[in-house]
Ligand binder design. Structure first.
Ligand code: NAD
Ligand code: DAU
Length: 356
């Protein structure tokens, strides 16, 4: 049995689905079901006794203690977080509450439980913390990619809160001996990605005939990884990672945002051409830049390859095609996540006209 937090979100739900597709070890899934958490992502597991869903907060120490005592997991994997940079700019409170204080409470509950285990189970236990490359800050165009030795230089409220959580996890290892693992991953994309993030937003806006809002000059670079590859990296780190170590995870796919948007448009032109025959790229518009916008992220993923033999299975071409096709095949999911609260966010971020 493993305990996963945030398993109704984008990466967490992909992880839960992949885990149970590849083996039979059960999962307890603790998720608060914020706007980003969605039970529909886990619909395929309805009636599957290997998946126990619990709605709750990682910051609820008593609840976590009860789940640990009841289910005796061999590992806790922490995906739960507030994850959207733009939301952290509008208001950082939830980011501090979940990403920092919540991680602290979770660590304390896990530490108390771990302390009661016999020595052999203590040694085998793992706390795996899912983190981001954004903690390293922004790279100059020609700078080498982030290695695990790169200093932490977070620039957004989101990345600062994730950096703080990484430091807490590290400290609980060095001070208390908790067997922790941390992964720092680049930008993910794939099924169940909430359409506030670049790639799914572009797909759903394109199909709805809406503008495709590119921040600033669109030349910011991200290193894209198909979500299934992130999940396989996490499984591998859990299986063979050395406690106390951090592992960078990336796809060796650095691309400027504008190129990503054009790729999405080209795929839609091929797979679902516009009724008027015009290319989707005519919908691209530029909007004011994100404050404090990091110019470039790039992950040096040689450590996880060298030590654990992990490499991504998807290229960007194969992963983005699958992703666009998934959104075309799941209009009901798209309609369901674009609820009233979603429209409120679009109005806040892009203006009332964009939400209409
Ligand atoms: P997401 O926003 O899609 O999902 C987050 C999930 O956590 C949601 O299901 C939400 O309900 C849940 N949650 C939020 N607060 C909670 C709380 N207090 N208690 C319990 N559950 C709570 O995020 P994601 O994109 O799936 O990211 C998952 C993790 O991976 C995050 O820690 C994020 O920092 C990290 N990460 C994301 C990316 C990416 O590109 N999306 C890349 C690298 C790392
Ligand atoms: O690098 C890993 C991180 O990737 C994760 O830790 C975060 O949780 C995840 O949200 C993501 O952060 P980004 O800020 O890089 O992702 P986002 O999809 O919000 O934006 C990607 C790029 O696209 C970024 O340079 C901003 C730009 N962008 C985004 C949106 C939503 C636009 O140009 N227009 C948009 O409307």
């Amino acid at each position: 049995m493993i305990l996963v937090t945030g398993g109704a979100g984008f990466i967490g739900s992909n992880f839960v689905l992949d885990w149970l597709a590849q083996g039979h070890e059960p999962i307890v899934n603790l998720d608060k079901l914020t706007y980003a958490g969605n039970r529909a992502n886990l619909a395929a597991l309805q009636g599957d006794a290997r998946h126990v869903f619990v709605q709750g907060d990682i910051g609820d120490r008593a609840l976590v203690a009860r789940l640990l005592a009841e289910h005796q997991p061999r590992a806790v994997l922490n995906f739960a977080a507030e994850s959207h940079v733009d939301r952290s700019i509008h208001g950082a409170g939830e980011f501090i509450a979940t990403n920092i204080v919540g991680t602290f409470q979770l660590l304390e509950a896990v530490r108390a439980h771990w302390g009661t285990l016999p020595a052999e189970r203590q040694a085998d236990f793992r706390f795996l913390h899912v983190s981001t490359d954004e903690v390293y800050g922004s790279l100059a165009p020609d700078a080498p990619a982030f290695t695990e030795q790169h200093g932490y230089e977070p620039n957004s409220p989101y990345s600062a809160s994730k950096a703080a959580s990484d430091h807490l996890v590290r400290a609980w290892h060095h001070t208390h001996g908790l067997p922790v693992l941390t992964t720092n991953c680049s930008n993910n994309y794939g099924p169940y990605h909430f359409p506030e993030k670049l790639i799914p937003l572009m797909i759903v806006n394109a199909l709805a005939g809406k503008p495709l809002p590119v921040y600033g000059d669109g030349q910011q670079v991200r290193d894209w990884l198909y979500v299934g590859d992130h999940c396989s990296a996490i499984r591998r780190v859990l299986q063979a990672g050395r406690p106390g170590e951090t592992y960078n995870v990336g796809g060796w796919n650095e691309k400027p945002n504008l190129e990503i948007v054009h790729t999405v448009c080209r795929l839609l032109d091929e797979l679902r051409p516009r009724a008027d025959g015009q290319p989707y790229a005519t919908q691209i518009t530029t909007v004011p830049d994100r404050p404090g916008h990091d110019r470039r992220y790039a992950i040096d993923a040689r450590k996880i390859e060298r030590e654990l033999g992990w490499r991504p299975a998807e290229t960007f071409d194969t992963g983005i095609r699958k992703t666009v096709q998934w959104y075309l095949d799941h209009p009901d999911w798209v309609a369901q996540v674009q609820s009233g609260a979603y429209r409120d966010w679009v109005a806040t971020q892009y203006g009332a006209a964009a939400a209409a």
